[in-house]
Design a protein around this ligand. Structure first.
Ligand code: ADP
Ligand code: ADP
Length: 232
């Protein structure tokens, strides 16, 4: 369902060149939770951001549901991006908008009718356990609650894929567990494919089906979590 072929990404040029990704090949199946782990600077963020083309690869292709995103026009790419939600380490909420408004934001961009958007926001608030908090502003929420808003917003347009960029790295261990459980719950209930990047082994162990280990822009190991991390 996500297929990354011969992907390369370089930043800069001449003597200032950084090879952030070199020949990445990766297949992520529909409905799985796929983890990408590596140290800081390994290329995780660049790799994740090529899956919705927030980063344009220097070479190679990214297929999502059989469509090569690198070959699409800007307009068609926008449509495809609605099928791919994303959440962030620092949540990226609009501080001057309420929880409800934050969640409704992608629906407004997509031109969804107000009544339908209201119904959808209610559904999403219930899904992430924030029904009582819709009228609050982000500053009134805990870190875990903010990430729940981020998740609800990411799911607003019914994506097939959810990309998670160090989604629990700013949270304490207990809140991390509650967010990971929510992601697992969403994966099971909505059959959504989840791709997450992290530098924390615990995150991989607790919810991922398969994992890729990235080092200096290359995948050095990949497979089912139990196999990759049981090797001597
Ligand atoms: P990670 O997410 O694993 O920390 P990144 O994907 O952010 O790694 O970075 C991979 C490499 O690419 C690093 O060497 C980083 O310095 C470099 N890099 C990332 N973004 C840029 C950019 N916009 N311009 C130049 N170099 C970048
Ligand atoms: P915190 O940062 O306060 O630990 P959590 O992410 O653990 O935040 O939870 C956010 C809020 O949502 C809390 O008030 C919690 O009681 C509530 N909550 C968590 N899970 C659910 C759920 N499945 N259904 C309803 N409410 C929930």
């Amino acid at each position: 369902m996500i297929e990354i072929r011969k992907l390369r990404k370089q930043y800069g040029s001449g003597s200032r060149i950084t090879h952030a990704l070199q020949e990445i090949n990766l297949t992520i199946d529909k409905g799985e939770i796929y983890g990408i782990i590596g140290h800081s600077g390994a290329g995780k963020s660049t790799l994740l951001r090529t899956i919705n083309l927030l980063e344009r690869p220097t070479e190679g292709s990214v297929f999502v549901d059989g469509v090569d995103l690198t070959a699409l026009s800007t307009k068609k790419l926008q449509d495809q991006r609605r099928r791919i939600g994303m959440i962030f380490q620092h949540f990226n909420l609009l501080s001057s908008a309420t929880v409800e408004e934050n969640i409704a934001f992608p629906l407004r961009l997509a031109g969804t009718a107000k009544s339908e958007a209201r119904r959808r926001v209610g559904e999403l608030l219930a899904l992430v356990g924030l029904t009582e908090h819709g009228k609050k502003y982000p500053a009134q929420l805990s870190g875990g609650q903010k990430q729940r808003v981020g998740i609800a917003r990411a799911l607003a347009t019914n994506p097939h894929v959810l990309l998670c960029d160090e989604a629990t790295s700013a949270l304490d261990p207990q809140t991390t567990n509650s967010i990971l459980n929510l992601l697992l719950d969403i994966n099971r209930k909505l059959k959504i494919t989840i791709v997450l990047i992290t530098h924390e082994m615990q995150v991989i162990r607790s919810i991922c089906d398969r994992v890729a280990v990235i080092h200096d822009g290359q995948i050095v190991e990949q497979g089912p979590v139990a196999e990759v991390f049981l090797k001597p």
